[in-house]
Design a protein around this ligand. Structure first.
Ligand code: FUC
Length: 824
């Protein structure tokens, strides 16, 4: 009989245990032997509110600066008026099979370029650039530039005329400032000037009381006037030497050490409130930072950062490649063994999320928080037909639950502004949005009827609310966001149409994001992704109303509608159908594979529950191919992990970690020298998607079990991970050797049943011995029950998808206890 020891240990004791046994990840630094020549070589630092790209130049240091609320425009939604009749006509045309006419009507009702009285979302904008000029530093040696993602600290060092110069740069998590410390090993040798530029039209740059000040107003676009006012102050604090100023330069001579504090603030308070006072805020941020000594500021910064970062460690082994600079490692990844770069990339994804999305800040946009332009690609806003959601895939499973909060806040806002689009455009209750939003929480159509006619953005976003609940079990949270879940369910109850066969309820009109089934025609009804999304919206609402004991009648109504949604279907090419009719093409290489939403991030397709659909999903993946834009490859890592093919998932990681082609005709994504994802251009979703995919290869928690090492590739035969999170609130540590699990630790944070799926070749009965963490009481055994309720498909009867042989067992856990399994 299988047995485990259950040991009562306090959280503290567990913490101590972890820190002793963690084998430190070898390399948590990005390193370079020369300054950045362009933005894609510069290194990102951020604290959720402020972002900076550090170039590390020698005779000129350059910091490109961002503040998360500097967006063009002003409050206001973008809901087109009086288009309900057109929507009704489009529905009719679709029912009659007049697809081209339906598309045409959609395109004319919602033109490609924003009509005069509307806007298609505002661009996120840079603040500007700070420069430090060092005369006489043109010739240098022993240059080194790093980004230490264990400390969230960027460094530069070099030697000029036998004097070593050093810089430490960080965006403090303790105070809202960028901090730049300059030092050297020879007293009095710091001589440089500070100046700034900003591309904004309305701006002024001047010095005042030995401080450099930049003020400005964000840009105007479409029907909106730029109304974000910002103020930036840079203050140098000197040890030794002299500080003087000219009209727009600060000059430092003969200093031993200089610390520059940069603060940025705007008048933004909320998407509909610009009554903030940037002068006051910018001074408050500075005051707080200046009241601390540099060392204390750095210490507080690191402490706050590590509270999140240190929750997870990953060790995949190391080779000599790890001694090379990061740009070279990326170039050589495809042909050299460098498992440590995978671990670094994974942790860099976590670093980016912590740095761009903190409780109380704006969510990470298309570029996180890092953007050097006034008009960046796709406005660097929130594209919610994949990109924004992907940013948050690693939030729960890599143990960064709090980083998810800005997204929840945004959903809350949208559930208010989205009532206007639901009512005006669809005559529906509840709320909805289309495929884009911005700082102002717009919910109308963006980019016209071809790209924008997708009323499903809210449906996808609300999955994050329910998922957070599954990971944390936080009922207060569920209560707070229940109205958003309910509002989304109400919208689809009202919007669903009977399809011509009268059998199904479908969303109409809509599309399978950005793809077409006829030349230039994408508009349709009942796409597979829409059906899957509504299925989840309805289920989440039913489950939430049950947990909270609310809205019984409405829940029954939703249940009835749920049963009328179309099922997933397998088409003529043995593929999972993207559309209600079997219209997929085998030569379709489109980057969006939206109908596989059901496989990931949703859990509607599982090899063990519906192997036939899993096989069909796999066929769809094979037709689409591997190489694509950055985010598409990131999604594919997650899909291949769910398809339990670790080697193919690793191949996609390899594609993602390939250097970006300089051939502009090649539109495939990859990784820039600074390890940021290339769509191209830079788009942060690929980093987050791939980070989530790596976690998904090691641990999956859906379909009723925790699957340990479900998709381990041959390239990673040995390793360990600590602190991954699973649904049900379990925290998982594991080690493996020769591609086989050697140790498993499960900490239960909520209590409840833990059902584990594990490879069959681990002889559980005889070989897993369960020990308590301290080694005390080795004979205190508790019994593990083998699975009581078999899953829907018994493995022996599985057909259609070749699943590996596994075993499943479950046991009851108690909140706060840790269960340790060792394989002998
Ligand atoms: C969607 C994608 C593009 C890009 C953009 C921001 O429109 O199809 O590839 O990621 O969002």
């Amino acid at each position: 009989m299988l047995k485990i020891i259950q040991h009562k240990i306090s959280l503290l004791a567990f913490g101590t245990f972890i820190s002793i046994s963690v084998q430190a990840q070898q390399n948590l630094k990005l390193t370079y032997s020369k300054p950045a020549e362009n933005w894609n070589e510069a290194l990102p630092i951020g604290n959720g509110k402020l972002g900076a790209m550090v170039f590390g130049g020698v005779s000129q240091e350059h910091l490109q600066l961002n503040e998360e609320t500097i967006w063009a425009g002003e409050p206001g939604n973008n809901v087109p008026k009086n288009t309900f009749d057109s929507i009704q006509k489009i529905r009719k045309l679709l029912n009659e099979g007049r697809f081209e006419e339906a598309q045409k009507l959609s395109n004319t009702t919602y033109p490609r370029v924003a009509p005069k009285d509307l806007n298609y979302g505002m661009p996120y904008q840079t603040m500007g650039d700070l420069f430090l000029d060092f005369k006489g530093h043109e010739k240098f040696q022993h240059y080194n530039r790093t980004l230490d993602i264990e400390k969230a600290l960027s460094t530069v060092s070099y030697e000029v005329n036998d004097v070593t110069f050093k810089r430490e740069i960080f965006t403090s998590f303790a105070d809202n400032v960028v901090v730049i410390k300059l030092s050297s090993n020879k007293k009095g040798s710091l001589n440089f000037s500070i100046n700034a530029t900003t591309p904004h039209v309305k701006k002024s740059i001047f010095t005042e009381k030995n401080q450099l000040v930049i003020t400005g107003t964000s840009g105007s676009a479409d029907n909106k006037i730029g109304r974000i006012n910002f103020k930036t102050i840079a203050v140098p604090i000197l040890k030794g030497g002299k500080l003087t100023s000219t009209q727009d330069h600060l000059n430092i001579s003969g200093a031993d050490e200089v610390v520059i504090y940069v603060s940025i603030a705007t008048n933004f308070k909320k998407y509909n409130d610009l009554s903030g006072n940037p002068d006051q805020k910018v001074s408050e941020y500075l005051k707080s930072a200046l009241s601390k000594k540099y060392d204390a500021e750095l210490k507080a910064h690191i402490q706050k950062y590590q509270k999140y970062f240190n929750r997870v460690s990953l060790n995949l082994g190391t080779t000599d490649q790890a001694k090379k600079t990061t740009d070279v490692r990326i170039k050589e990844f495809a042909h050299a063994k460098d498992p440590d770069l995978v671990a670094l990339y994974f942790q860099f994804g976590r670093y980016l999320l912590i740095s761009s999305s903190q409780p109380g800040t704006q969510p990470a946009n298309l570029q996180g928080i890092w953007n050097y332009q006034l008009n960046p690609a796709w406005d660097s806003k929130y594209t919610v037909n994949i990109n924004t959601e992907m940013n948050y895939w690693p939030a729960e499973n890599t143990n960064l639950s709090e980083m998810h909060e800005p997204l929840f806040d945004m959903i809350q806002d949208l559930s208010v502004t989205g009532q206007e689009s639901a009512k005006e455009m669809y005559h529906a209750r509840g709320w909805n949005m289309h495929h884009n939003t911005d700082l102002w929480r717009i919910t109308g159509i963006v980019d016209g009827g071809f790209y924008g006619m997708w009323p499903m953005g809210g449906a996808w976003l609300t999955q994050h609310l329910w998922n957070h609940y599954l990971y944390t079990g936080n009922k207060e949270f569920l209560k707070k966001y229940y109205p958003a879940l309910k509002g989304s369910a109400l919208f689809y109850l009202d919007v669903l149409q009977k399809d011509p066969s009268k059998k199904y309820l479908v969303v109409s009109p809509s599309m399978s994001p950005e793809n077409t089934y006829m030349k230039s025609v994408g508009i349709t009804a009942g796409t597979t992704m829409d059906n899957q999304l509504v299925f989840d919206v309805f289920n989440n609402f039913i489950n939430a109303s049950k947990v909270l004991n609310e809205d019984k009648n409405l829940s029954d109504e939703v249940k009835a509608a749920l049963h009328k949604l179309p099922p997933m279907q397998i088409g003529q090419h043995a593929q999972l159908q993207e559309w209600l009719k079997d219209m997929d093409r085998t030569d379709d290489k489109h980057r969006h594979i939206s109908h596989l939403y059901g496989l990931f991030p949703s859990g509607q397709i599982s090899p063990f529950r519906n192997p036939d659909l899993t096989e069909a999903a796999k066929n769809s993946m094979i037709y689409r191919g591997d190489k694509s834009t950055g985010w598409s490859m990131g999604w594919k890592v997650n899909w291949w992990a769910r398809l339990l093919d670790g080697n193919r998932a690793f191949k996609l990681i390899s594609d993602q970690l390939s250097p970006v082609s300089m051939d502009t005709k090649d539109q495939s994504g990859g990784t820039y020298p600074n390890l940021l994802d290339a769509h191209p251009p830079f788009q942060i979703d690929g980093n987050f998607g791939c980070t989530s995919g790596i976690a998904e290869m090691l641990l999956q928690s859906y379909d009723g079990y925790l699957y340990i090492l479900p998709a381990l590739p041959d390239a990673l035969p040995k390793g360990s991970v600590k602190g991954l999170k699973a649904r049900g609130g379990f925290e998982i540590d594991m080690e493996w050797k020769n591609s086989k699990l050697t140790k498993l630790i499960i900490k239960s944070t909520l209590g409840g049943n833990a059902r584990i799926r594990i490879a069959k070749n681990i002889n559980l009965k005889s070989k897993i011995q369960l020990k308590d963490s301290t080694g005390e009481n080795p004979n205190e055994y508790y019994q593990i029950n083998t699975i009581k309720t078999p899953l829907v498909s018994d493995q022996a009867e599985l057909k259609g998808f070749p699943v590996p042989e596994t075993q499943v067992f479950d046991f009851d856990t108690e909140k706060g206890k840790t269960y340790i399994f060792e394989v002998q």
